[in-house]
Write a protein that binds this ligand. Structure first.
Ligand SMILES: Cc1cc2nc3c(=O)[nH]c(=O)nc-3n(C[C@H](O)[C@H](O)[C@H](O)COP(=O)(O)OP(=O)(O)OC[C@H]3O[C@@H](n4cnc5c(N)ncnc54)[C@H](O)[C@@H]3O)c2cc1C
Length: 379
């Protein structure tokens, strides 16, 4: 394993770092409080190439590899985990189109996405969370159309004003279970497709999450991605890449929390000496740093595995599981080291702590990642 970055990867990392520093850091706290990301930020993300980071150049994207995508997400997450979440989910949805979409779909959706149209991925339903196979949303063929009925919940990137199209997983043949699921593109504004409740969240507050309601929503059959019955497989494939994205988000938060903690330990004086002199706290820092480096190594290995087009389900689950739990661990310890100041909104640690807490839950909980890892190990 060689985890040294190529020249291009280093250049992209620096570009993302500068962008996050200049565009996100000054407004991250305000975005958290307002619960939204200004559209101008999405436009700037598109202009710099990050909304199309994984989109081939022929469709207006940057055509970069998974390592670059992970670097971008993690650099954005250092300053604003909500923005990192938007890019991670958006690029995961695009992945499904890139892999199995028709040329017409690629021309339409990938090109628009690279220019700043925001994509979402809708699998979860009120009765189908970890058990995605329990999804009930139906898509019934009627002439040249699908007629869609059902409700999706907790869908990132879709809000009252946010989100342009969604990769929807719906049952086209309920008698076949997961083999009867299909992936269908639905545009915002399609009659019968409405945004329901937008959630109030503990963390990643600026990244919008909503319920999607489909009532006799009619879309052309040409919006089907791949074949009928491939929806669950498409979702699982996209999730391999998506999990590396979420792990990268976790890594960025952990890196930022460690950086802030080091600064704080060097400047905060108690009992006549800086906190950095206290061995008990040094040991916290040693654990935080060691675990974070282990998370980084897993993420690079998972991203490289995907870039080599090798089976990545196990390593993607491992990096998501480990990096997510690590971000919660690190931000918890960072807050402890900051004492009462860490609990106050004047310091960024409390936001990092809240933001990190979602990562062991979405795109497959830690428990589900462990199920996947064990299944792959026992194969
Ligand atoms: C902020 C946010 C954004 C999200 N964005 C999206 C999105 O864009 N698209 C989308 O489709 N979904 C999205 N989700 C949904 C997310 O993926 C689900 O919340 C997640 O998969 C867990 O499902 P659940 O919440 O229904 O929990 P449940 O499945 O009800 O799980 C409850 C608990 O039981 C445990 N559990 C369940 N089954 C098992 C098992 N077999 N073994 C051991 N433990 C188990 C879980 O680990 C968890 O601890 C989002 C969720 C949130 C909170």
């Amino acid at each position: 394993m060689d985890f040294r970055l190529t020249e291009t990867q280093e250049m992209i990392q620096n570009l993302a770092r500068d962008f996050a520093e200049k565009e996100l850091a000054p407004i991250a706290s305000a975005m958290d409080k307002s619960g939204s990301i200004p559209p101008v930020i999405i436009q700037k993300l598109a202009e710099i190439g990050f909304m199309g980071v994984n989109v081939p150049e022929e469709y207006g994207g940057a055509g970069l590899d998974m390592v670059c995508k992970a670097l971008v997400i993690s650099e954005l997450a250092k300053k604003c985990a909500s923005t990192a979440e938007v890019v991670s989910v958006h690029t995961m949805a695009l992945d499904a189109i890139m892999r199995l979409g028709t040329e017409e779909q690629k021309q339409k959706y990938l090109t628009a996405a690279a220019m700043g149209k925001v994509a979402a991925f809708a699998l979860t339903e009120p009765g189908a969370g970890s058990d995605a196979s329990a999804a009930k949303t139906r898509a019934v063929v009627d002439g040249d159309d699908y007629v869609i009925n059902g409700t999706k919940c907790f869908i990132s990137n879709m809000g009252p004003e946010e989100g342009d199209f969604v990769v929807l997983i719906a049952l086209t043949d309920p008698s076949k279970g997961t083999k009867g699921m299909s992936a269908i593109l639905v545009d915002r504004g399609t009659p019968g497709f409405t945004i329901g409740k937008t959630e109030e969240k503990m963390g990643i507050r600026a990244a919008v999450v909503s319920e999607l309601i489909f009532e006799d929503c009619r879309v052309p059959r040409s919006n089907l991605i791949g074949q009928e019955g491939q929806g669950f497989k498409i979702a699982m494939m996209a999730l391999d890449g998506g999990r590396v994205g979420m792990a990268a988000q976790a890594l960025g938060i952990a890196d930022a929390a460690i950086e802030a903690t080091v600064d704080y330990m060097k400047t905060r004086v108690q009992f006549g000496q800086p906190l950095s002199k206290l061995q008990g706290l040094q040991w916290y820092l040693a654990d935080m740093t060691t675990r974070t480096e282990a998370a980084r190594a897993l993420i690079y290995e998972a991203a490289n595995t995907l870039d080599r087009k090798e089976p990545a389900t196990k390593i993607a689950a491992m990096c998501k599981y480990y990096a997510a739990e690590n971000a919660v661990y690190v931000t918890n310890k960072a807050l402890q080291i900051h004492g009462g100041y860490g609990y106050m909104t004047d310091y960024p640690i409390e936001r990092m702590y809240r933001d990190a807490r979602i990562i062991p839950i979405y795109e497959g909980t830690s428990e589900i990642q462990k199920n996947i890892i064990a299944r792959e190990v026992l194969r």
